[in-house]
Design a binder for this molecule. Structure first.
Ligand code: DI6
Ligand code: FE
Length: 401
């Protein structure tokens, strides 16, 4: 069934810029866009359903390309500790941090994990997100990682959102492998990844490359295994220190390297050559009160595509609004609202390997879009959160929440 969506302006985000079409129309056929352009030029569609968007600004559905939405427990107590001056690294060394979420996640049933993740995910969806990446990484054993990834798949089946699963088994060292990081990496490569991939629970493979997590040598083993399984890779890199994980990621044609506050210009050159997207996470930067800014000039100079995501997780970025992250990207990282919106649409799609079908409004792409009751596209990065009036269309069908 075809629909003509009209009485709107469009910021299509084609080519990573607004690409504005005033007084636009969009023709969808089922789940796809078949025509988009000025309303005055719509080819005759015969008898077609019409939808009046009341002068809204239409953008691609937002894409949150880095989240840890599924987890057990709650870490607001750690937030209070950090406000008393205890550092994130100190808390981790004392058995808190990621380890505490691992305990809670292992103890939770699939139903419990689904219920709490659904509550968080609905917040993102109500803010205009139509595609979300969800990582495992709080299970750290085969059964618990499987449980997390199954919940992520179920979320995509039951809510109006496209979910991409990323296996982050190499997130932290599980307690049963204390002082045996190489053995844990070997276990990931020989047992966990092959089993989870065979169950079709994994769309990409990620790792945490950091002095308090895994070395570049260990990450490389995970990347080699991912390659053997035909899975693309991503990497948490240069968040707290510079190990050049982002250059390693580029060598393995990673979809993205994420965080990147401590990356160097050489890393940016390597990423640009490989087409690896820089995913910046201003929520984590803000929440940890970091002071080292990602090297925006080097990223821009070398033409690295920049995405923005919530990093929604209990420890470093309890961020429930991707639009708030757009504001933070502008305020903290000095991005423009146009760059920020590209970072949550077309560049985020590229960071998930989905740019051929998602992330911009063009004929042939999936009909995922949001009609916002705003005056200008920059308003999306301007308001600090809030529930903007909007209509969300996914796969050509209007979502109701
Ligand atoms: N970097 C982060 O910011 C999160 N994971 C990661 O690799 C933190 C996860 C947590 O503290 O629970
Ligand atoms: Fe993360």
């Amino acid at each position: 069934m075809k629909t003509l969506w009209h009485h709107c302006h469009v910021a299509s985000m084609a080519n990573g810029v607004y690409s504005i079409i005033e007084d636009a129309a969009i023709v969808t056929d089922g789940a796809h866009i078949v025509w988009i352009g000025p309303r005055a030029e719509v080819p005759d569609q015969g008898d077609i359903k019409t939808a009046d968007l009341n002068g809204a600004w239409v953008t691609p559905g937002l894409i949150d390309c880095h989240t840890h939405t599924v987890f057990g427990g709650n870490r607001s107590g750690e937030f209070e500790q950090r406000l008393q001056g205890v550092s994130y690294a100190d808390i981790a060394a004392a058995g808190g941090g990621i380890a505490s979420t691992v305990r809670a996640t292992r103890a939770a049933s699939e139903e419990e994990l689904f219920a709490s993740a659904q509550r968080r995910l609905l917040q993102l969806l109500k803010d205009g997100v139509t595609t979300v990446e969800i990582k495992s990484g709080y299970g750290l054993d085969l059964a618990s990682e499987r449980k997390m990834l199954r919940v992520a798949r179920q979320l995509g089946e039951q809510l109006p959102v496209t979910v991409r699963n990323t296996c982050l088994a190499a997130h932290a060292l599980p307690p049963e492998y204390k002082n045996r990081a190489d053995d844990y990496i070997a276990h990931i490569c020989s047992e966990m990844l092959p089993a989870l991939a065979a169950e079709n629970l994994v769309d990409a493979v990620d790792a945490f490359c950091e002095y308090l997590a895994f070395s570049t040598e260990q990450v490389e083993q995970v990347f080699i295994t991912a390659g053997q399984l035909g899975l693309p890779v991503k990497l948490h890199a240069e968040q707290l220190s510079s190990l050049h994980g982002s250059s390693l990621a580029a060598r393995y044609q990673a979809l993205s390297a994420d965080h990147l506050e401590f990356m160097t210009e050489e890393d940016a050159i390597a990423m640009a050559a490989a087409g690896t997207v820089a995913v910046l996470l201003p929520g984590a930067f803000y929440f940890l009160r970091e002071t080292q800014l990602p090297p925006m000039d080097a990223l821009r100079k070398h033409g690295v595509k920049i995405a923005i995501a919530t990093d929604l997780n209990p420890g470093t970025s309890p961020g429930l609004s991707l639009r708030l992250m757009l504001n933070m990207a502008c305020t903290l990282f000095r991005m423009t609202p146009e760059e920020a919106l590209a970072g949550a649409t077309i560049h985020a799609a590229k960071a998930l390997g989905m740019a051929d079908t998602h992330g911009s409004l063009e004929a042939g792409k999936v009909a995922d879009f949001v009609a916002w009751n705003i005056e200008r596209p920059a308003d999306l990065a301007y308001w600090l959160g809030g529930d903007l009036e909007k209509r969300v269309v996914r796969h050509g069908v209007e979502s109701t929440f």
